[in-house]
Design a protein around this ligand. Structure first.
Ligand SMILES: C[C@H](O)[C@H](O)[C@H]1CNC2=NC(N)=NC(=O)C2=N1
Length: 97
């Protein structure tokens, strides 16, 4: 089972990523996209990535054009390397990496 990371470790890693925050035992970010379908498409792209990695974030398309992603490791009850790694992969996806 992946181990829980300390708040310091989590915050140091998130400092390398734009607009990601640590709260309530999870890392999360909200994007404002061009429109509803853009937000849905981005959510779907993340869903494919997540399924491949077998690590599944909470995804919420809300307020017309916003997507909120919340990532935690359910089996560990908090943030592990798997969550930070997924956040980094989502950023690369978003920036076409
Ligand atoms: C069997 C399978 O690997 C587990 O159920 C995985 C699936 N996806 C998961 N996703 C997340 N976010 N946390 C988990 O603990 C988790 N466990």
């Amino acid at each position: 089972m992946p181990e829980l990371l300390s708040q310091d470790t989590i915050e140091n890693r998130l400092a390398e990523l734009e607009d990601w925050h640590y709260r309530d035992s999870a890392v999360h970010k909200t994007w404002k996209l061009k429109g509803f379908l853009t937000a849905m498409s981005f959510a779907n792209a993340i869903a494919h990535l997540a399924n491949e990695a077998d690590h599944h974030p909470d995804l919420s398309v809300h307020d017309y054009n916003r997507l909120t992603v919340r990532i935690t490791t359910h089996s560990a009850g908090g943030v592990t390397e798997n969550d930070l790694s997924m956040a980094e992969r989502i950023e690369r996806l978003r920036h076409g990496g």
